[in-house]
Design a protein. Structure first.
Length: 173
């Protein structure tokens, strides 16, 4: 299972997650689009009144059937995107263990030089504590300069660092 944690139709994080997923040998990839999981803003009152949205249940089913999870985080004002956070909030109510101890490759990229490191750090810290399995991460700065759809990561040092994290993830599958 892979997705960019953004609702942008042209999400660079969805492109990055897709690239990473294609590097998993012999895998059937469910590449999700967060726009397919748009649901009401989470609130405890809404949960009490209506229960869990069907789309939250559907997202959880993708997690359950996945052998591993790849997420590439977009950063909005130093945090998760509203679209991602809302899905996460709903899914976290269905079952305490959101990611079900699946191996995770957490990625982030941005047009700028920090490569969405703030949100990636938040996710890595949180998911490492909540997941008993392998959680590895990588940030790609300056997406347009360092990535092409044909070649992948262009910068050799960044490519080597990415491949190290990818190997850790693959070994955990």
């Amino acid at each position: 299972m892979a997705f960019g944690a953004s609702s942008s139709r042209e999400s660079i994080n969805k492109k990055f997650a897709s690239y990473a997923a294609r590097l998993v040998p012999d895998a059937d990839i469910d590449l999700l689009d967060l726009n397919d999981f748009e649901m009401p803003i989470f609130s405890i009152d809404r949960e009490r009144e209506s229960g869990y949205p069907d789309l939250a249940q559907k997202f959880k089913e993708y997690i359950k059937k996945a052998d591993g999870i790849i997420i590439s985080f977009a950063e909005h004002n130093g945090s998760y995107t509203a679209a991602y956070k809302n899905i996460y909030d709903w899914v976290s109510r269905i079952e305490r263990s959101v990611w079900l101890d699946k191996p995770m490759l957490l990625l982030a990229t941005s047009p700028g030089g920090r490569g969405a490191k703030t949100v990636l750090g938040m996710a890595t810290n949180s998911y490492t504590r909540a997941n008993k399995n392998t959680v590895t991460s990588f940030s790609l700065p300056f997406f347009k300069q360092n990535f092409s759809l044909e070649q992948g990561i262009i910068d050799s040092e960044l490519s080597e660092l990415f491949n190290q994290q990818l190997k850790i993830f693959l070994d955990a599958l």
